[in-house]
Design a protein around this ligand. Sequence first.
Ligand code: UD1
Ligand code: CA
Length: 463
Amino acid sequence: MNLTIGAVILAAGEGKRLKLNAPKPLAPCLDKKLIDFPIRELKKFFSQNHLQGKMTAVIGHQKEMVQSYIEKNYGDIAFALQEKQLGTADALRSYFNSSNETLNYDYTLVICADTPVVSFNELTSMMTLLQNENLDAVAATFKVENPTGYGRIIRGNLGFHIIEEKDATEEERKITEVNSGLYIFKTAYVHQHLKSIDSNNKSNEFYLTDVFKIGFNVKAQCFLNSELFLGVNTLKQLEAVEFALRERKKNELRDAGVRFIDSQHCYIDSEVEVGEGSVIYPNTYITGQSKIGKNVVIEMGAQISHSIVEDNAKVLAYTILESAHLRLKATAGPFARLRPGADIGAEAKIGNFVEIKKSVLDKGVKVSHLSYVGDAFIGEETNIGCGFITCNFDGAHKHITRIGKNCFIGSDSQTIAPVEIGDDCFVASSSTITKSMPSGSFAISRTAQVTKEQMAHRFIKKK
Ligand code: UD1
Ligand code: CA
């Protein structure tokens, strides 16, 4: 029998303390938004456990912005509107009121939009406990040295209950086991008990935590790693959460055979892939959907975003790759900049102070020093001398430069696009190429040298 789950993401709160110009679910977190994390983990949880079901976001504060972000990025998430933020129980009521379908799922899972470190592993482990012991509900809890702000867990022989900070006595406040806000319920159970929840408490809120009681068939599952449930209410907590997510990523990569020289100072986004045997130096940023192959070297100061670096390639110090592709055994840097659309062929070499934009360089091409290559195609094994420029822009339009294979382009040359140079061509140093060259041709375009003996003194100025 396939189990079904309705997963509810609580995202109606305001998040005032973040002082960001955005609703809390859309606060930046690594290269994503806070809300992307629970959504991604829920998707993994569903697929790995072969669960059927649906995700619903409860929205309220700045709902249009939150909804349009989710709709733009995910096709399959429903919305429930909570008009006023009257508390977490009220938020779940809004969910059940949003559609009759919500009652059909065997289980109802509740997760907050602002706890991005929780992973599908915890969800799976809660689900297993719930099923193995045929419980009505499981809440994830953890222990902290300073429990301020959290609901405290009061355990009975059977069941438990949660007392919120504001309503707790001096003694109860000393309890260090706290509520994470993550729950899985049997749908019938939570729907039934929601009905009787009132707001007779210090906050005058409807507390979802009141569905747990001592004597009920419910369990608090205490997780040892409290970092998992870090919530984001302040910018300091946001930084802590990003730190934790990056650490987790680096640990995964290290376990998979990636060597860090000093991982403390590497910033790697959660979707980045890095192959076994690769070495990453300090002060590096690897972001977006970047894919780094095996045995790649990424030296200090490198910034790689949304790029592909194939096996055995080298990204040398202070090199920037933005939506670029560095193929097998190619080298870029030090101090190179590969801009969007730079596609560097296998074994090619891009040297210092070279900028490449929207250009395809075939296997073995060398552009070793101080050059700009834009909107160009360069054939296999062509060698581009120092200080070469594709003049690709006429002030209004960009034009294409084609250079064939096995060419030698002398230093300090320019090509005025559109222009085409065939295979096996030779461009003499300091030439400006304005006309296309057939394969095998030689071109030179510089004025002949004039040398006048004994004349230098006329030009050398002395004080
Ligand atoms: C809640 C728990 C507390 C737990 C803590 C963990 C209750 C009563 N208390 O407290 O036991 O230790 O989380 O972080 O649930 N939200 C809505 N609508 C509302 C109120 C909240 O959607 O009317 C959303 C918020 O956007 C947030 C989540 O629910 O994502 C939790 O709400 P929050 O106000 O942060 O609850 P806490 O007071 O922290
Ligand atoms: Ca909270």
